[in-house]
Design a protein around this ligand. Structure first.
Ligand code: B12
Ligand code: SF4
Length: 456
């Protein structure tokens, strides 16, 4: 076949993920592959997650596809760039390299000058189809919306692609092209239950300043509930996963849709226990009861900070007390809760971090993750801190996660701040169960506080 879809995420190189062991396949790539098959364009998918660069290159050398389409995000960028350089050689017959995914939109010139022939910006299905045809037929690229390329070393960016209005036109992701069982087994062996992903919506209408909306913009489109339930039924019959993660940005954004979803999953006998992400103000008693009824076992409710001041700086447009109450109510209903915390946002002070600790203690989510804020290219946060960037990094060998900018405190301060938050919260959680275990956390927290002072 002259068309190959691949990516550059290798689990064997990711020591952090090897401890977590919750891999999911690259759904976007599988959507684009399926769309091309629906237009009678045969294509291969080489999934690198459980494979290696060597095996990937062997496969490519053997198949010699004319066009290689590679999924790119900010973490896989460095590997993608190395891969491009290797592939643009005689050994692989100089294939045309097409990159797509969230990281290309705001790094156009860099990716093109690093060797990509074309970038697919935004939604990939129609654009990749038209581009592939043009490459194979050696036609003009200037009329293909949603792509960028170099011409006489100048960047040409065509008009943006109009987004799909109706998502029901899209074929289901081409999961058959990859070894789904490997993912399911990895989950089962490490966590006792397997999990798969489903996408029911595209885009998010909110405005959080640090969040990348590079693919779908500020849009909101939803697949018909009937079709989502049918996909769940199909997954049940073909893969029998123990759980589903809805990768949607805000699963409960439309209550009308959720009512239809409940009706359909019950009617089609398609219920699979699931987890989802949402915003607190899109939950109420009725919606929580509905989610529980249709199998939701865990809700991730974005918090980011326990300080209203910081939430407002982020333009998250939510009240901290509403978030706390939503987590408490979800806990009370017997569903697990998860929340995301971000430290080091511009403007955050030590007092705000103290408020976040108190907030986590009061809200008491089952799980929480802490990230030190970093600016993703193309976000409002990036634009705000661009002039305050303190480290000059080589774009090809670094990721946005490594960007340092002037913050209230030093880089080391935040390392200890993370430790303080975790240990304070764990102290409070363990105190009633085992004072001995709790004290260990208090000691670590006091130590972290001291180191925060020293590294202000
Ligand atoms: C699920 C998810 C994860 C999961 C699972 C990833 C997986 N394998 O599926 C986990 C938790 C592992 C994860 C981790 C991370 N993620 Co994540 N994740 C998502 C999320 C919520 C959904 C992805 C998805 O399936 N979308 C649905 C599909 C259909 O959309 P899509 O992938 O964009 O695909 C479309 C287009 O991009 C394009 N396309 C996609 N692939 C290709 C390939 C080619 C060749 C072409 C032409 C087109 C094309 O066409 C597709 C269909 O139209 C997105 C947010 C979002 N709403 O998309 C963030 C998102 C992709 N993640 C993001 C980030 C930052 C991360 C992390 C770096 C976080 C961190 N700090 O560690 C890590 C990176 C991990 C890694 N090493 O790759 C950012 C990416 C920003 C960027 N510029 O790269 C996003 C956009 C979140 C955000 N709003 O900021 N993530
Ligand atoms: S953080 Fe969540 S709610 Fe905010 S813009 Fe991103 S996806 Fe939307």
């Amino acid at each position: 076949m002259s068309l190959l879809f691949t990516h550059a995420y290798y689990l064997s190189d990711d020591l952090k993920e090897q401890k977590i062991m919750k891999p999911y396949p690259p759904l976007g790539l599988l959507y684009v592959s399926a769309y091309l098959w629906s237009k009678n364009i045969a294509n291969d998918v080489f999934d690198t997650t459980f494979s290696s660069l060597e095996k990937q290159l062997e496969f490519i050398e053997y198949k010699k596809p004319k066009v290689i389409c590679i999924y790119t995000n900010l973490m896989t960028k460095i590997e993608v760039l190395k891969l491009i350089k290797t592939l643009k050689t005689k050994k692989y017959n100089f294939p045309k390299i097409v990159l797509g995914g969230p990281d290309v939109t705001y790094n156009i010139e860099n990716y093109l000058k690093a060797g990509a022939d074309f970038l697919v910006i935004g939604e990939g299905e129609e654009t990749t189809y038209e581009l592939y045809n043009a490459i194979i037929e050696d036609e003009n690229y200037h009329n293909i919306n949603g792509i960028a390329f170099l011409e006489n070393n100048e960047v040409i960016q065509n008009k943006p692609r109009v987004k799909f209005k109706e998502l029901d036109e899209l074929p289901l992701p081409n999961r058959e092209a990859i070894n789904m069982q490997h993912y399911l087994d990895t989950w089962k062996n490490n966590h006792g239950k397997s999990s798969m992903t489903i996408s029911t919506q595209r885009g998010c209408p909110y405005t959080c300043k640090w969040c990348s909306t590079a693919v779908y913009g500020q849009s909101y489109r939803r697949r018909p509930a009937e079709q989502v339930a049918a996909e769940m039924k199909m997954l049940k019959e073909n893969y029998n996963p123990d759980a589903i993660w809805f990768v949607d940005d805000v699963f409960t954004v439309s209550h009308k849709w959720l009512l239809a979803f409940r009706e359909e999953v019950i009617k089609q006998e398609a219920i699979i226990p699931f987890e989802c992400i949402t915003r607190a103000e899109r939950l109420n008693d009725e919606i929580l009861a509905l989610l529980k009824e249709v199998g939701c076992f865990r809700i991730w409710i974005g918090a980011e900070s326990g300080s209203q001041k910081v939430i407002d700086l982020m333009d998250r447009r939510v009240d901290v007390s509403v978030v706390k109450e939503a987590i408490q109510k979800t806990n009370a209903l017997g569903m697990e809760t998860g929340t995301f915390i971000m430290l080091g946002y511009p403007g955050e002070t030590e007092e705000d971090i103290t408020e976040t600790i108190q907030y986590l203690k009061d809200a008491n989510p089952t799980l929480y993750t802490i990230t030190v804020a970093y600016p993703i290219k193309g976000t409002s946060l990036y634009n705000e801190v661009e002039s305050k960037i303190t480290n000059q990094l080589e774009w090809e060998t670094s990721t946005d996660r490594e960007i340092e900018f002037e913050r209230t405190y030093s880089k080391k301060f935040y390392k200890y701040a993370v430790s303080k938050v975790v240990n304070e919260v764990e102290f409070s959680r363990k105190f009633s169960l085992s004072k001995y275990k709790a004290i260990k956390h208090k000691v670590k927290s006091v130590l972290a506080s001291g180191l925060m002072v020293l590294n202000r």
